[in-house]
Write a protein that binds this ligand. Structure first.
Ligand SMILES: *Cc1c(COP(=O)(O)O)cnc(C)c1O
Ligand SMILES: [Zn+2]
Length: 435
């Protein structure tokens, strides 16, 4: 892996070889999350936007030269399996939603279309390859549900044993996925944060590879692929004569002006930022989109820290409650990367209420045909709020990341809609209810 130069602590900046350190900075423990460093000139000799445009690989694996894995191991595992289908989710123009909001250029990326129906497949795919590369027999993770379902499904695809720690309150659909895929499932009678701490202790005790978010440095690297896809997909659609609200960028790839990302642990927003930083370093895009981190009001420690200009390293846990289980986190594990993403991109953190999140589910579904789980709908609720608050210039190119399928949490969707009428099986009753 010549293209990976090492791992750098997000707190002290100390650099380590990828063979020396596995998860976090030895000096800073589980707070010391690591950045993966790359040799961009070397990578640029293997991959460029022109070659990518003709690459038939429609998955995250089209970006293999930019991923921190052994290409041989990745190619063997992905061939003919579900693992090979992670990523390259659709990016839709959403003109009707844009019209309702009074902006000109809106796009929705639907990661509910991943193999296990959430964005987390991007990260779990990397974990599965990494564990095989390092010779582990078992992979483990703590999760609010989707990271676990993603790990579980992708492990099943390649016959990889795994042990999952989830809070017993996780939605039924996510627990059902774990059981159907055949994981060893431990329902923790506690919060996600307690499940996380337990998994941290169990992994070294039993010799398991730990995928947990904001601890394993490679998860952001899987998540960054969404940023690559957004820019490639914007580029090809706009080149084909797609609607333009502003002049095209003078760069090989088109970048949005603003991206709305739901934030729990902060790994997705940190990963998207990393992907955009990679593209800037390679000279493929010419500006950094503003990253808008959306949190549920009942679980918004990053919004509070950002408002008070607090250092992410100083944040304290909150009591977290929200209908959006996937973004319910008392102390976001990837808070340092998340805060850096918003500050360095000159974006913002925004909080949305549970009512706004629930209302966003049918709004997004009706406005562009994308059915989102509450956490995913929160990104759209954040856009609504940002537009109302005058934060968005109408000509900006705006992307909303819809991170998980509405089928993940049917109970929440049902709360958002009126119950349909029950009718007798005859035409008269049809006429009666339609009139
Ligand atoms: C995990 C998740 C998020 C939040 O991602 P973080 O990396 O925890 O910030 C958002 N939406 C969905 C559907 C998720 O599963
Ligand atoms: Zn450190």
């Amino acid at each position: 892996m010549d293209h990976v130069l090492g791992l750098k602590c997000t707190i002290c900046g100390a650099e380590h070889g990828i063979d020396q350190v596995e998860y976090v900075c030895p000096r800073h423990g589980s707070d010391g999350t690591l950045d993966v460093l790359y040799d961009y000139p070397l990578i640029g000799r293997h991959i460029d936007p022109e070659r990518l445009a003709t690459d038939p690989t429609r998955s995250i694996w089209r970006y293999l030269p930019l991923l921190p894995v052994d290409a041989g191991v990745a190619n063997r595992l992905r061939a003919g399996t579900v693992l090979g289908t992670v990523g390259w989710t659709p990016l839709y123009p959403a003109p009707r939603l844009a019209g309702e909001l009074g902006i000109l250029d809106l796009w929705v990326k639907d990661d509910g279309r991943q193999p296990t129906a959430s964005f987390k497949d991007r990260a779990s795919a990397i974990a599965v390859v990494k564990a095989r590369e390092l010779g582990y027999e078992v992979i483990t993770t703590a999760s609010t549900g989707n990271a676990a379902a993603a790990l579980s499904g992708l492990c099943a695809a390649v016959a990889q044993r795994n042990v999952i720690f989830v809070p017993r309150t996780a939605p039924q659909a996510k627990i059902a996925q774990l059981l159907a895929y055949g994981s060893t499932v431990l329902l923790v009678d506690g919060t996600y944060d307690e499940a996380f701490e337990l998994c941290l202790k169990a992994a070294p005790e039993f010799g398991w590879y730990n995928r947990s978010t904001g601890y394993n440095p490679y998860m952001s690297e899987g998540k960054k692929t969404a940023a690559y896809e957004v820019c490639e997909q914007l580029t090809s659609t706009l080149a084909a004569g797609g609607h333009r609200s502003r002049p095209l960028d003078d760069a090989p790839l088109q970048a949005p002006d603003r991206i709305f990302v739901p934030v729990g642990d902060g790994c997705i927003i940190g990963g998207v930022h990393k992907g955009l930083c990679d593209l800037l370093a390679l000279g493929w895009i010419d500006h950094m989109p503003r990253l808008m981190g959306i949190q549920a009001a009942g679980s918004s420690p990053l919004v509070a820290a950002w408002e008070h200009r607090l250092d992410a390293a100083q944040m304290q846990p909150v009591e977290a409650h929200t209908v959006a289980d996937s973004i319910c986190a008392a102390l976001p594990r990837d808070r340092i990367k998340a805060m850096r993403a918003v500050i360095e991109s000159q974006g913002a953190f925004i909080r949305v209420s549970d009512e706004e999140i629930i209302a966003a589910i049918p709004a997004l579904a009706r406005g562009c045909g994308v059915f989102a789980e509450p956490a995913a709908a929160a990104a759209y609720a954040g856009l609504v709020k940002a537009v109302q608050g005058g934060m968005v210039d109408p000509a900006e190119r705006v992307v909303v990341l819809s991170t998980g399928s509405g089928l993940k949490d049917v109970a929440a969707a049902v709360r958002a809609v009126a119950p349909p009428p029950v009718i007798a099986p005859d035409l008269d009753d049809v006429r009666r209810v339609l009139s």
